[in-house]
Design a protein around this ligand. Structure first.
Ligand SMILES: Nc1ncnc2c1ncn2[C@@H]1O[C@H](COP(=O)(O)OP(=O)(O)OP(=O)(O)O)[C@@H](O)[C@H]1O
Ligand SMILES: [Mg+2]
Length: 613
């Protein structure tokens, strides 16, 4: 209890219920997996695990999927727990590798667990563990969970996913019992809007109701030279003006490619409009000069010079190709309100703490290893979740810049979707196979480890569900077979129903005439009476002709006798026909229908100069 109170005292705000629930479970020696929206405060749960590890003389490994995120966490934890306590291990940096709090990328921990592991390891934090569903890298998370020593507690931190309970069930089998904590509520409410090609911003409710007139929202094909859409989405400069007018800055402007981000920065530079006051501009200059002073080579690259110019206008650029020290500068300027818009790729949506008033998504189509595809709902919320600063903004705004390729239906489908479940992407690559063999474990043990994957668990679950369904159907069939139908056996009833369906389909195909009662041999059932056609002139009435074997006539209704209309009614119809004929004659070149005898009479009455000619 004392530990929890000490921990609470570190924060100026009261802890949320889901945080307390997770903390109590960790304190009680249980693993936890927390699924909560972006910016909900999941790091705090991991910070409690760090607190516990330090208090009990254990080590803690804090893993993230990205080097940039690892760097940020390393800086944060160093400030909070001291430089001697915290170390970092990524592909690029290695600082204090014997620290009790070791921040690392997931791959580094995976490799360590295949080897001799980490001394005194008491806790593993898997930040952004919904990455387990990532096609290319998801396997690594599964490998860590399967290979982690069972006396180590796991702390999984995930964005909102639909099947956190399923993941917890699997971990409880292959590792140790884990408490799932699902907290779907955002700390700051979020609303969506759509920006059309002209830069007009429409509330999503208007778009959903079809009341918004979206310029460029209608899908277009290739132009007459076969080129696909020359301009598909609003200019960033135009949209930024719109955001500024509405007071929706600072904003993170997500563009799904580095080139796209750089092009947008160039456009803003070409326009030259500054989002900063003169005083703010001088603060930015000061921060840039400090960075150049610390590492003069930074100023040499052309890209960095462009970034500096853009920063002076209040615009940043953040993607994997930007120097880490420059990215850090942009993050700091953003936090201080000196960077009003940052063009960023999707990776910035992961964990990096840069809350904004609004988020812009340039289109909903992203490029993957397998070509272009639409964003999933989870990916959308991960990015949109950056909008809305806790304690500052009453509401976050996510503006989707409508790309003509997407179409409004696609947009609404992604926005209105619900969280998707994580699907295992487990596949054993050569690297993992080599590491597994390198452990020297007997083949059965290796096989057991491979078969412990989440993928295998999900497959087995599906097989069991299918088996249960087969059993239910078999039981139902056995029950039906017990039932003796009074009107014949089931096979025969089945044949009858199929024949009925076929006959009905044929009748539909024949149209109105086919419905009049003609029946075919296919419809004949043993024991039904058939009456040949009679009483008609024509070949059927020929006594030398064999009888038509079709049984259909038994059901044909005799035609009703024609009623002769009264004289005055007949006269009225003749008048009408005559009038129609007059009109036709008045229009030269009108095609004449084949005249019925009565119409012919009417036409004879037409004389030049008569009314209506
Ligand atoms: N109970 C709380 N009350 C108010 N603010 C909080 C609370 N818990 C955390 N915060 C603050 O919320 C912000 C976001 O927290 P954090 O980075 O942990 O979010 P997260 O859930 O990890 O998001 P992401 O999915 O982006 O990683 C931090 O500034 C943190 O200090
Ligand atoms: Mg986080």
């Amino acid at each position: 209890m004392e530990l929890l109170e000490q921990f609470r005292a570190r924060y100026p705000f009261p802890l949320d219920d889901f945080q307390l629930e997770a903390i109590r479970a960790i304190e009680g020696g249980q693993s936890v997996i927390v699924s909560a929206p972006t910016g909900a405060g999941k790091t705090l749960v991991a910070e409690f695990a760090i607190h516990m590890a330090l208090a009990t003389g254990k080590r803690i490994a804090y893993t993230t999927p990205l080097k940039a995120l690892s760097n940020q966490k390393f800086n944060d934890f160093t400030r909070a727990f001291g430089a001697e306590t915290v170390g970092i291990l990524t592909g690029d940096v290695k600082v204090n590798p014997h620290g009790r709090v070791l921040v690392m990328t997931t791959e580094i921990l995976r490799n360590a667990l295949y080897g001799s592991g980490l001394d005194d390891l008491g806790y593993i934090v898997l930040d952004e563990c919904h990455y387990m569903g990532d096609e290319a890298r998801g396997t690594v998370w599964e490998e860590i969970i399967v290979n982690a020593p069972t006396d180590v507690l796991l702390v999984g931190l995930s964005a909102t996913v639909a099947n956190v309970k399923e993941i917890a069930d699997w971990i409880s089998i292959v590792h140790r019992p884990i408490v799932p904590i699902f907290h779907p509520h955002r700390p700051v409410p979020l609303s969506y809007a759509v920006a059309d090609l002209a830069g007009e911003i429409h509330e999503i409710a208007e778009v959903r109701a079809g009341r918004a007139r979206l310029v460029g929202g209608e899908p277009r094909g290739p132009d007459d030279r076969g080129r696909w859409y020359t301009r598909r989405v609003v200019d960033p400069g135009v949209l930024i003006d719109g955001l500024e007018t509405r007071g929706w800055l600072p904003a993170i402007y997500f563009i799904f490619s580095r080139v796209g981000c750089e092009r947008a920065t160039d456009d803003v530079l070409a326009e030259g409009k500054s989002l900063l006051t003169a005083a703010q501009q001088s603060d930015v200059d000061h921060a840039i000069n400090e960075l150049i002073h610390d590492s003069p080579t930074v100023a040499e690259s052309l890209l960095n010079q462009t970034v500096f110019q853009a920063l002076r206008l209040g615009v940043g650029l953040h993607h994997a190709g930007i120097l880490p020290s420059l990215k850090r500068l942009i993050e700091l300027l953003f936090e201080r309100g000196l960077c009003r818009v940052v063009f960023a790729t999707e990776t910035m949506s992961l964990g990096i703490h840069m809350p904004a008033r609004s988020v812009v998504l340039q289109g909903l189509t992203k490029r993957t290893d397998r070509g272009f595809r639409s964003l999933s709902h989870n990916e959308l919320t991960q990015m949109a979740g950056r909008a809305g600063r806790r304690g500052i903004d009453p509401e976050g705004k996510c503006v989707i810049a409508l790309d003509a390729r997407d179409g409004v239906e696609d947009l609404l489908r992604v926005v209105d979707g619900s969280p998707e479940p994580i699907e295992s992407q487990f596949k054993l690559g050569y690297g993992s196979a080599a590491l597994l063999l390198g452990t020297g474990a007997p083949p059965e043990a290796l096989r057991r480890r491979i078969e412990s994957s989440f993928g295998q668990y999900q497959n087995l679950k599906r097989i069991r569900e299918l088996e249960a369904e087969v059993r239910t159907l078999e039981a139902a069939l056995a029950e039906i077979k017990r039932y003796e139908a009074p009107c014949g056996d089931f096979q025969r009833i089945g044949r009858y129903r199929r024949a009925r369906q076929e006959a009905e389909a044929r009748r539909q195909a024949l149209g109105r005439g086919g419905r009049r009662g003609e029946r075919t041999v296919a419809e004949a059932e043993t024991g039904r009476l058939a009456r040949p056609a009679q009483g008609r002139a024509g070949p059927r009435a020929d006594p030398r002709r064999p009888l038509d074997p079709r049984p259909s006539c038994a059901h044909r209704r005799a035609p009703a006798p024609r009623r002769r209309r009264p004289r005055e009614e007949r006269g009225r119809q003749a008048d009408l026909l005559g009038h129609a004929a007059l009109l036709r004659a008045a229009r030269p070149g009108t095609r004449r229908p084949r005249a019925a005898p009565s119409r012919r009479r009417a036409r004879a009455a037409v004389r030049p100069g008569a009314p209506g000619t």
